[in-house]
Design a protein around this ligand. Structure first.
Ligand code: SAH
Length: 396
């Protein structure tokens, strides 16, 4: 008999709603001795089947459901079907605009803990759960079969691995590691991606649509791109004829890549500055000096990583948005984002409203953005919606 997790009486509701996570507190008993990441049958107190899940003995999320169908074995065919289903969406919606996109977005594509990003002929995998790790050989060999022209590189070097009791793992898994940065094409622009040392798997693919959305607003304008990373929004602005662009980030390697990206697109002489600074301090400097910008982008890293940090994070969001509203030129446009899943859309909008109030500016929301379609949200996993953005215009 398969190893089993028996759920406590009355605690099966979220599984019945096909949410894939089994928290340790919902478990009555584990029968057998499942290995780290191996498949277990999840059943209710009457022995009725709820799902087949991967066992994560060290994590609060003690199991992640692969399938709610009792007749679906978790084998090579299973992974192949999930990956090809995911790829089919990208083929239609994303591939026409870029050769870099998220191929598999974890829970939202029915593969908890598995992230696969494509950068031209490199696939970068992040395996974040014990279950994903348990099946890694199958996953790598399937990628070799399904993407014969691609190399596969693993970037499983993020903190959650430790919560799962897993060591960090990086390196080439199929083919070779790139000897230099991988150059992708996004909406007609060339962008160099450092898949070995860059943030996440190398680049913020989820902001592709938001970057494109800046284009109509920037011609002949002065643009401030805060938290610029490798200069994405700034590059789009420069290419669309901005009069001046200032990229601000704390990371010198990211700013260096930004400079390189301009050159890749023949924009080495464009009026773009790079400022290595803390955005909070830099915005305060502009507020004191009275310098104004026509378009401001605020794309900070995740400020909220637990419910306990929500209040502090809101103060952070409010600070940068207040300062940005303050230094926005009359009629200027603010692009402001939050990638904190724990901060709701409503609360984010309220924080921005409070910031405008404190800055004594009236802004209007003219558009909203969210993560791109290659980061879909599974209807039964609403946590998958983490990135939201507001495009606002100063009404003066
Ligand atoms: N807009 C970018 C992604 C931004 S990611 C794009 O489209 O690709 C967030 C960035 O914020 C990272 O590059 C990180 O180095 C930077 N960062 C984090 N905290 C910062 C701070 N206090 N001041 C300046 N930059 C910061």
């Amino acid at each position: 008999m398969a190893d089993q997790i028996i759920i406590k009486t009355g605690r099966e509701k979220s599984l019945r709603r096909r949410h894939p996570w089994v928290f340790s507190g919902a478990i009555h008993k584990v029968l057998g001795e499942p290995e780290l990441g191996a498949s277990v049958e999840v059943v209710n107190d009457k022995g009725q089947f709820l799902g087949t899940a991967a066992y994560s003995p060290h994590s609060q999320i003690r199991a992640r459901v692969w399938s709610f169908d009792q007749n679906t074995p978790i084998d090579r065919e299973f992974f192949k079907q999930r990956i090809t289903t995911a790829q089919a969406l990208r083929d239609v919606l994303i591939a026409p605009h870029t050769n870099a996109y998220r191929v598999v977005a974890g829970e939202s594509d029915g593969l908890p803990g598995v992230t696969i990003d494509r950068y031209a002929d490199y696939l970068v995998c992040q395996l974040m759960s014990a279950g994903a790790m348990y099946h890694q050989d199958t996953i790598f060999s399937l990628l070799e079969e399904l993407y014969p022209s691609c190399n596969v590189y693993e970037r499983s070097d993020i903190d959650v691995r430790q919560k799962e009791g897993l060591k960090l793992a990086t390196g080439p898994r199929v083919g070779v590691a790139p000897s230099e940065m991988v150059v992708i094409e996004e909406n007609g622009l060339k962008i160099a991606v450092d898949i070995i040392n860059g943030h996440k798997t190398g680049y913020y693919l989820d902001q592709r649509d938001a970057r494109a959305a800046i284009r109509p607003y920037v011609h002949n304008k002065k643009v401030l791109n805060c938290f610029s990373y490798t200069g994405g929004f700034g590059l789009y602005a420069a290419a669309a004829g901005a009069a001046e662009v200032v990229n601000v980030d704390v990371s010198q390697p990211a700013l260096d890549i930004s400079q390189h990206n301009l050159a890749l697109n023949g924009l080495q002489d464009a009026p773009v500055q790079h400022v290595k600074a803390d955005v909070f301090e830099q915005l305060r400097k502009y507020a004191e000096s009275g310098e104004k910008f026509d378009v401001i982008v605020l794309d900070p890293p995740k400020f909220v990583d637990s419910k306990a940090s929500l209040n502090r994070a809101c103060r952070g969001y409010k600070d940068i948005n207040r300062l940005a509203a303050h230094i926005l030129a009359p009629g200027g446009v603010l692009f402001t984002f939050s990638c904190s899943g724990l901060l709701s859309n409503e609360l984010f909008q309220k924080v921005v409203a409070d910031a405008c109030l404190d800055a004594n500016r009236d802004l209007q929301i003219i558009d909203r953005t969210q993560q791109t379609a290659d980061h879909p949200v599974h209807i039964h996993y609403p946590e998958g919606w983490y990135l939201k953005g507001l495009i606002l215009r100063a009404m003066d």
